[in-house]
Design a protein around this ligand. Sequence first.
Ligand SMILES: Nc1ncnc2c1ncn2[C@@H]1O[C@H](COP(=O)(O)OP(=O)(O)OP(=O)(O)O)[C@@H](O)[C@H]1O
Ligand SMILES: [Mg+2]
Length: 429
Amino acid sequence: MRPLTDNPILDFADDAFRFEPYVDVLHGAVEQAEPLPLTVGVFGSWGTGKSSFLRLWERRLKDRDVRTIWFNPWKYDRKVEVWAALLHTILAEMEGEEGLKEKALRLAKAATWLSVRAGLGTAATVATGGVIKGGDVDSLLTELSRGDAEQYRQINRFENDFRDAVREFVGAEGRLVVFVDDLDRCTPDSAMTVLESLKLFLGESQCVFVLALDLDVLAAVATNKFGDAFRDAPAEVVSGLAYLDKIVQLPFFLPDVGFDTLRTAFAPWVHRQVDGPAFWRLLQRGLGANPRRLKRFVNVFNMALEVSIAQSGSTAPGPVFHLQLAALLVIRSRHREFFHVLAADPTSWERLATYFRRMGDAADSRERDRYRSELPDELAPFRGDRALEGLLAAGGAEAVPAPSAETVRSMISTLRATAGPDDLGSTDG
Ligand SMILES: Nc1ncnc2c1ncn2[C@@H]1O[C@H](COP(=O)(O)OP(=O)(O)OP(=O)(O)O)[C@@H](O)[C@H]1O
Ligand SMILES: [Mg+2]
C-alpha cells in the first residue's frame, strides 16, 4: 500500500490546492514593492501548506532568475546565534560570486565580531546571553550608542556594507529574496532574535524576507515576551499581531483549502475497499480540512484496515466496519479522554451513543434529567461534547452504528500495532 508522503511540495505540477494564483499575486506585489527591504509574512496554521507555498514561490523566482536563499533557523541553537547564522548564510551565497568574495568574507568577519559583542557588550540590560532582548530596536540602538560607541559604529557600518554587497550581488534594480521557514521550530527567544535582527542589521538592503509563520505559535511567543505590556489585550493573538506589525509589512494568509479539494487530492490513496460519501463526511466532521492531519489519518487508517482484513479470515470487514474504524481513529486523535475511557471499558461507545440519541429524542426536560442522572460517572465529562456527539450519534446516512465491545477491543489492539501506543502521534505537531 502506497503511503502518502508529508513533505512540502516543490513544484507547480503537484499543486493540488491551487496555490499558484496566490503565488503570482504575491510575486507581482513584491516585484514592484519599494522601498526595500520588505518583510512578507506567510501565515497559516500547523500543516496547512506554508512551506509548500514558499517552495512554489521560490520556484517561480528561480524561473525568472531572481536570486533566492533558503534559511532554516531551527538548525542553529542559541549558542551559534541564529541571526549571525542568517547573515552567514546570505554572505556564504555571495562568496560564491566572482568579485564579491572579498567583501563577503569581510562582512562575515564583522558579523561574527558583532555577534560576540552583542553577547558580551556593555549594554547588558538589552543584550544578554548572546540574545538581543527587548522589542524596540530604536531603544536598543540608543542603548548601544550610549554604552558602547564602537559597537554602534560597527553596526552602522555593517548595515551600509551589507547594503552595498547585496546591491552588487543582485544589481541596482534586483532583489534578493530570503526565505525563512520554520521560525516556530526555534526556541521562542531565537525566533524573536531572527525577527529583530532583520530590522537591526539589514536596514536598507535590497532584500525581501519571506517568513513562514504559525500565528498561534507566534502569538504565544510574543505574549510570553511582552506579557505585561499586553496583559489587558483582548486576545493573545492581538498581542502577537501587534508586535508582528512592526516587522511584517506585507502579511499574507494562506487560503483555506476546502475539504472537497482535499478529498479529491487524497481519495486515490484511501484503501481500495473503502468507498462512499459517509466515510468522507465522517472525516470532514471529525478532522476538518487540515491537509497534514488528513494525510496522517489516511496512512494509519489504511494500515489498520489492512491488518484487520488479514485477521478477519473469510469474512472481510464491510462498510460499517470501515466507518467504525475511521471513527475510532478520529476518537484516538481528537478525543483523547474518551479514547482512554473506551480502552478501559469498550462498552462505553455504545452507552454514550445511546445517551446522546436518547437525549436528542427526549420528549421533555424530565426525561432528559432522568437520562442525565443515569449516565455513569466516567461518561459524565462527555455529556456536552458536541463534536463527540456528532461522531457517535449522527443520524440518517451519517450514522456510525456502535461497534460491539469485542470489535472495539480488537480495533484498539490493531491501532496499537499500527499507530503505536495509545498516546503516540495522537496530537497535532
Ligand atoms: N498546494 C499543495 N498541493 C498539494 N499538497 C500540498 C500543497 N501544499 C501543501 N501540501 C501538503 O500538505 C501538507 C502540509 O504542507 P506543508 O508542510 O507545506 O505545511 P506547513 O504549513 O509548512 O506545515 P508546518 O506547520 O509543519 O510547517 C504536506 O503533506 C504537503 O505535501
Ligand atoms: Mg512548514
